[in-house]
Write a protein that binds this ligand. Sequence first.
Ligand SMILES: C[S@@+](CC[C@H](N)C(=O)[O-])C[C@H]1O[C@@H](n2cnc3c(N)ncnc32)[C@H](O)[C@@H]1O
Length: 215
Amino acid sequence: MTPDILDDYISAHIDPEPENLHRLYRSTCLTSTYPRMCTDHLQGRFIKMLTRMIRPSRVLELGTFTGYSALCFAEGMAADGEVVTIEVNDEMEDIIRESLANSDVGNKVRLIIGDAFDALKTVDGDFDVAFIDANKRDYVDYYRNVKPLIRRGGFIIADNTLWSGKVVEPDENADAQSRGIAAFNDFVAADSDVEKVILPFADGMTIVWVKEESL
Ligand SMILES: C[S@@+](CC[C@H](N)C(=O)[O-])C[C@H]1O[C@@H](n2cnc3c(N)ncnc32)[C@H](O)[C@@H]1O
């Protein structure tokens, strides 16, 4: 059985992709130079389900792109929940604002256009969940900067942490993104203040739980 057939099978046996997200995914594929960056149907339903399980009030996202994953978090949250999402590329702003306007839950998403490192200095802490999905070279520094903003008992989720399997390549052959992700995986593995798993799903998703008691 080919992976495509399995993908179709999975899509037919999970919750359908909401119409607005289906249209957003299609238009991202048609208009973006790097459509693979967009969350897809399965990963989007997973993010929504995970959000339902965690029941966060506040989610912080680094890397909005066209807004797909931010809307999946918003879908899973209570009506008064808030997703703060940060995107450095100001050319995406109109597309993101249109995606939010086309969604019933877009009002829960607050967009910050700017560099994540600058924006993180301006947001108040006590987030329940952070989703790291911006520049792969900077994952370790994102983690260092985001962790103090997460409440004890909260979660950090990082996307693309297997990076098409390139994380296991020797350093001398690896590009900067692969090295960035590999360094992140090593850094998290060595952090005894958190529990962590890597899910070999999509392009690899790491889920980190910040222990209730600090060390
Ligand atoms: C993989 S895409 C995000 C995909 C989106 N989370 C989704 O799942 O649909 C990465 C995004 O991070 C943005 N980005 C890269 N470096 C950034 C930075 N330093 N601060 C904020 N955003 C950044 C890129 O412009 C790009 O839109």
